[in-house]
Design a protein. Structure first.
Ligand code: FAD
Length: 509
């Protein structure tokens, strides 16, 4: 590959790219007019991600100043056609696990450079915010709170970009009620693999709109998103109760997601082979009576911790406490394990960031993260729990294991996201870090054993945030939805320029 670059200035601070990659040398070199800049050195950040297992340097990084910079760059690569192997990946906050936002020898577009202008519109009963896709959710939250509003559906961690989570799904403990983040978007501005800027919604360019949501960056780069809002509460009652029996735990979780009057957030944690409880709890949960919580001895048993919140404003506290008491009275947790705390809404939503700061101070945040996220049909969750918790998974010392059910009715099956084929399915997330290479190997082996178990027991599991090596595996992942996924690829990114790090389609030159 023969590549060179010059930096020149004209009206637009144009960076001229001499893209000779696999092109006949007689082809003219073409300038890409951008208001931002390309960098060719110091791009190591774009070759890494949170997973910290796969690293590949791009040829260049675009730091766009305007949406038109993204469009011009993609259009340029599109016009080079199949004469060039050049690909383009949008990079949000780079919190992928296995190179999904990387573009080996290609161009990475640093979407965070387009952070900035957000607009909240309060129109009738459906307020929304228009946000740049490179914006972090934490900033979207703070901006919306100025207007007393907030998005409805979240991820557990808010230092992720809007475009990054909408390209996947965005799932957290509110999903049982509001669906994932991709179910809470009214409109997108997208740049397709041909460099066209398209505004899409349910009404306009609906196929692209649905395709891009959960579309793993395959059909276009999202540059703006219109996100549905609701009135923001001021405070949150945050509750944890513990079970030693999975069946009772799961029955209570399901009862709560079906109940008409219920909590605002429902998740759960698996605790295997730990002695205390408090130290297992990631994030900033700080029970009102930490001594009592510390006295709870798990004796290495496998335990299941139900995590719940109820939002409220200060004048509602008395009746909220009654509502909580009434809901808890229906549950069958171990009576001595009711732990409650109270925090601001922002503190609750940003809870994993508090854990991040602690882990960073111990040098544990930038380690490899061999995470595994699974979606498991409700009818198979007991088989899964029997086979995995306490058997394949023999401790949870290197990171939390989350488990909670969601309703499929809140997911839109016109999007690219594939779910198990049942009305309720569970998200089970194994979220360890590996302190040394031996530990990494062991955790990777454990993931393989879990996946093999799911396959051999025919559980009908789908992976979330998956990494596959071959198109065959992707076809199996999408199942009957593969045809439409592939059709959308040929319609919106026929040269397979976009998001090569997902390894679904390969640009053929
Ligand atoms: P990146 O890693 O930068 O990109 C992810 C993919 O999206 C890449 O293929 C990239 O090319 C593409 N992409 C990025 N921006 C755009 C865009 N604007 N347009 C089109 N494609 C784009 N997920 C959940 O659902 N729930 C959680 O609770 C949750 N918690 C997490 C906690 C932590 C600590 C971490 C590290 C991850 C968590 N995730 C969670 C996963 C997270 O949602 C995804 O990894 C997400 O992709 C990260 O966003 P990002 O901005 O870092 O995206």
């Amino acid at each position: 590959m023969l590549l060179k670059q010059h930096t020149t200035t004209n009206i637009l601070s144009t960076t001229v790219l001499l893209l000779c990659c696999c092109m006949p040398l007689s082809l003219p070199t073409v300038p890409i007019p951008v208001h931002g800049r390309f960098t060719f050195d110091g791009n190591e950040f774009a070759g890494r991600d949170f997973g910290n297992q796969l690293h590949s340097l791009p040829w260049a990084v675009l730091h766009p100043k305007k949406v038109s910079d993204v469009a011009s760059t993609i259009k340029h690569v599109w016009h080079m056609g199949l004469a060039s192997a050049m690909t383009v990946a949008a990079r949000g906050h780079g919190h992928s696990l296995l190179g999904q936002a990387q573009a080996p020898h290609g161009i990475v577009i640093s979407m965070e450079s387009l952070r900035g202008e957000m607009q909240v519109v309060i129109k009738g009963k459906s307020p929304y915010v228009d946000a740049p896709a490179g914006e972090l959710w934490i900033n979207v939250l703070h901006h919306c709170l100025i207007h007393g509003l907030a998005p409805k559906s979240w991820t557990d961690y808010l230092h992720l970009t809007v475009g990054g989570t909408l390209s996947n799904a965005g799932i957290s403990g509110q999903a049982f009620r509001h669906g994932p983040q991709i179910s809470n978007v009214h409109q997108l501005e997208v740049i397709t693999g041909k460099g066209e800027v398209v505004v899409c919604s349910e009404e306009k360019n609906a196929d692209l709109f649905h395709g891009v949501l959960g579309g793993l960056g395959q059909f276009g780069i999202i540059t703006r998103a219109r996100i549905s809002l609701e009135p923001a509460p001021k405070r949150v009652k945050w509750i944890r109760v513990v079970y030693s029996d999975f069946a009772t735990f799961a029955r209570d979780q399901e009862r709560l997601i079906y109940a008409e009057k219920t909590f605002d957030y429902i998740e759960g944690l698996v605790i295997v082979n730990r002695t205390g409880l408090i130290n297992n709890w990631r994030s900033s949960f700080d029970p009102q009576d930490p001594d009592e919580a510390n006295q709870f001895v798990s004796d290495g048993r496998t335990l299941f911790c139900l995590e719940l919140t109820m939002n409220f404003n200060p004048d509602e506290e008395a009746h909220i406490d009654k509502d909580i008491e009434s809901l808890l009275s229906e549950l069958s947790y171990i009576p001595s394990t009711l732990f409650v705390t109270q925090v601001s809404y922002v503190e609750f939503l940003d809870r994993v960031h508090a854990a991040e700061l602690k882990l960073r101070s111990k040098g544990l945040w930038d380690l490899p993260h061999p995470w595994l996220n699974l979606l498991i049909p409700r009818s198979k969750i007991h088989t899964f729990a029997d086979g995995v918790f306490g058997n394949i998974l023999t401790d949870t010392n290197s990171g939390p294991v989350l488990i909670y059910p969601v309703n499929k009715s809140k997911w839109d099956n016109r999007t690219s996201f594939v779910t198990p084929d049942e009305d309720v399915f569970y998200l089970v997330a194994f979220l360890p870090h590996a302190a040394e290479s031996e530990g990494l190997q062991q955790l990777q082996d454990q993931n393989r054993r879990i996946l093999n178990f799911c396959d051999s027991a025919e559980l009908g599991v789908k992976q979330y945030l998956p990494h596959y090596e071959s198109q065959e595996e992707w076809r199996a992942h999408f199942g009957p939805r593969w045809e439409i996924f592939a059709q959308r690829k040929s319609a919106y990114d026929p040269l397979a320029i976009l998001a090569p790090g997902q390894r679904i389609f390969q640009k053929s030159i």
